[in-house]
Design a protein around this ligand. Structure first.
Ligand SMILES: [Zn+2]
Length: 242
């Protein structure tokens, strides 16, 4: 325990000494814990289309659409909207399977970046609306901006969880600010129909791109930062929701 406390102290000291970003040319460094304000002026955005290949993700019972395809389409729309304003890297650009830990490793290798993972949700059929998952303190502002923009773009919500701080492999484990977007519930017939429409997905993509650009330009929105939490990396064997 003493060694652990010493280690945490050293990490926190290193974090507090790190230069804070002050403009668009500042490189945003990787950080193990992310106990700091959110990024501003980051040059690179990693867009991660959830699932892929053998992993379809959620499949809508009413439209038959697969989450992996809707997520990839949405990611490409966000990429187009960020063109010229950020260097965009796609975690996958076609229907291939990429292991979750490999996604984390790819994001964690880069300074000056953020990770935005895009998914479509599944649950009880009454639930509909966007959800935003985050864990690190430096990801709170981006999550807040994304959830706000998506709520404004989506015509109906019911029983959805909104913005949730949850320790997931993609929110806890990368060394860079990282969020997971659930655009809508494919298990809700009305929302599944909307998500199947290219024009609607384009609207969602605009909401996501605008939130990323606002964060890039202004840093965190007004409000107090959440408390830092020192928790171990998320593992596939962890119970759901832990
Ligand atoms: Zn998913």
């Amino acid at each position: 325990m003493r060694n652990l406390l010493l280690f945490c102290g050293l990490v926190l000291a290193a974090v507090s000494c790190a230069p804070s970003p002050s403009g668009p040319t500042t490189s945003w460094k990787r950080d193990y814990w992310g106990h700091r304000a959110g990024p501003k002026g980051f040059a690179t955005v990693i867009l991660d289309a959830g699932h892929g290949g053998k992993d379809s993700g959620a499949v809508s019972g009413s439209t038959g659409a697969m989450e992996k395809n809707l997520a990839l389409d949405t990611v490409k729309r966000v990429q187009a909207k960020l063109r010229g304003r950020a260097n965009v890297i796609l975690m996958r650009s076609d229907d291939t399977f990429v292991d979750l830990d490999e996604r984390v490793n790819r994001a964690s290798r880069r300074d000056g970046t953020i990770l935005v993972s895009i998914h479509y949700n599944s649950g009880p059929s009454r639930m509909r609306g966007p959800e935003l998952y985050w864990w690190r303190v430096d990801s709170w502002g981006l999550a807040t901006r994304l959830q706000r923009n998506l709520e404004a773009a989506v015509p109906g919500e019911s029983g959805n969880r909104g913005q949730v701080r949850r320790r997931l492999r993609l929110t806890r484990n990368p060394n860079v600010p990282s969020v997971l977007v659930e655009c809508g519930y494919l298990s809700n017939p009305a929302e599944a129909r909307m998500c199947n429409n290219a024009g609607y997905r384009d609207k969602l993509a605009s909401a996501i791109a605008d939130a990323i650009l606002d964060q890039q330009r202004e840093g965190d929105p007004a409000g107090s930062l959440p408390r830092p939490i020192n928790a171990p990396p998320s593992r596939p064997t962890d119970p759901p929701g832990s």
